[in-house]
Design a protein around this ligand. Structure first.
Ligand code: HEC
Length: 115
């Protein structure tokens, strides 16, 4: 009898652990933020194939203009609008943390390297 109880308790604990939400990794987080907040202009693949990108003359993330920037500069572009202090890109005032900016910068670079 008590063996069954122990087994049941163990099984319940196991089920509980298996159903706990897993912490999202930084990479998952960036992909998700990018999709929601950036892709409409920069394109899902970052290659600026959107009507919005053509209208606003947005560089593909694969372009030299973007790839030559350091990851810190890219993060500054995203969080503070870069050197031009682009008002559309002050994501630091729109809820993105410094960590999220840095991982988005890495994500942007990675998108640019994909074909
Ligand atoms: C409303 C449209 C729009 C949205 C939304 C948007 N961007 Fe941009 N982005 C632009 C424009 C316009 C530029 C300036 C043109 C350029 O430099 O390519 C730009 C420039 C950039 C640059 C610098 C590129 C360069 O040439 O130096 C980066 C990096 C960037 N955006 C990342 C992001 C990220 C990450 C997000 C989401 C958190 C985002 N953008 C959301 C329109 C947008």
């Amino acid at each position: 009898m008590s063996t069954i109880r122990v087994l049941l308790a163990g099984l319940t604990a196991l089920l509980f652990i298996l159903t706990l939400p897993r912490p999202a990794s930084a990479a998952d987080d960036s992909a998700q933020i990018y999709k929601v907040r950036c892709a409409a202009c920069h394109g899902v693949d970052g290659h600026a194939g959107t009507p919005m990108a053509r209208k606003q003359n947005i560089h593909s993330f694969a372009s030299a203009a973007v790839q030559k920037k350091s990851t810190d500069e890219l993060a500054d572009c995203i969080l503070n609008g870069g050197k031009e202090r682009r008002a559309s890109h002050t994501f630091a005032t729109k809820g993105l943390s410094v960590e999220q900016g840095a991982s988005l910068a890495a994500y942007v670079r990675q998108l640019g390297r994909r074909k």
